[in-house]
Design a protein around this ligand. Structure first.
Ligand code: URA
Length: 183
C-alpha cells in the first residue's frame, strides 16, 4: 500500500493517480521520474514534501512551517497491474481513504493532477485543458486542476501551462491567507 507522504497539517495537498512500480517498491508516492519532476515543480514555488530537515544527528530540526509543506496522496493506494489506468470500481473502493486524508490534513488548497484526480474530486470527465486555468472547489477548499507530471514528461510543450497553473495556485493561496488574516 502506498498511502501518502508529507506534513500532516500541510497547507497544500497534491492528489495524483496511482503508485507506479518505484512507488510500490518504496511505499511512497511520486518517487519515480514523475516524482522528480513534481518535486522540482514544488520547489520552484517554495514547497517541499519533507516532514522535517535532518540535522545529521538523527534528530529533526525545527518544525517545518506547514504553509510551505505539501501532503501528497493518490486516488488509488495500490499499483494497478502493469500501470494500467485505474478502473471505476478501484477508484470507488479507494475514495473513502482519500476523502479521509483530506478531512484530516485540512489543506488550504488542493492541486488535482491528471484526469483521475479530477474525476474523483470534481466528478468531472471534462479534459484537463478545459478545467485548468480557473479555481474550482472541493468541499469549500480551493482546487486547481493541472496536468499530471507523467504527461508533462511526454508533452514538454505543456510545461508552460503547468507553470501557469502553479502560479494560479500560489496566487489563490496568497489571496486566501490574506482574506483569513484580515477577517
Ligand atoms: N503517478 C502518480 O499519479 N502517483 C504516484 O505516486 C506516482 C506516479
Amino acid at each position: 500500500t502506498v498511502f501518502g507522504v508529507g506534513h500532516p497539517q500541510a497547507h497544500w495537498m497534491i492528489v495524483g493517480e496511482a503508485p507506479g512500480e518505484e512507488e510500490d517498491r518504496r511505499g511512497e508516492p511520486f518517487v519515480g521520474r514523475s516524482g522528480q519532476l513534481l518535486d522540482n515543480m514544488l520547489r520552484s514555488i517554495g514547497l517541499s514534501r519533507q516532514p522535517g530537515v535532518s540535522t545529521g544527528s538523527g534528530e529533526s530540526s525545527a518544525t517545518p512551517d506547514p504553509a510551505h509543506q505539501v501532503y501528497i496522496a493518490n486516488t488509488l493506494k495500490c499499483r494497478p497491474p502493469g500501470n494500467r489506468n485505474p478502473l471505476p470500481e478501484e477508484l470507488a473502493r479507494c475514495e473513502g481513504f482519500l476523502i479521509r486524508q483530506i478531512e484530516l490534513v485540512q489543506p488550504k488548497i488542493i492541486l488535482a493532477m491528471g484526469k483521475f484526480a479530477v474525476q474523483s474530486l470534481l466528478r468531472s470527465t471534462a479534459p484537463i485543458g478545459q478545467l485548468r486555468g480557473r479555481v474550482h472547489a472541493y468541499q469549500g477548499v480551493p482546487l486547481i486542476v493541472t496536468y499530471h507530471p507523467a504527461y508533462l514528461l511526454r508533452q514538454l510543450s505543456e510545461k508552460a501551462r503547468a507553470w501557469d497553473d502553479l502560479c494560479l495556485a500560489l496566487g489563490t493561496m496568497e489571496a486566501t491567507t490574506t482574506r483569513l488574516g484580515s477577517a
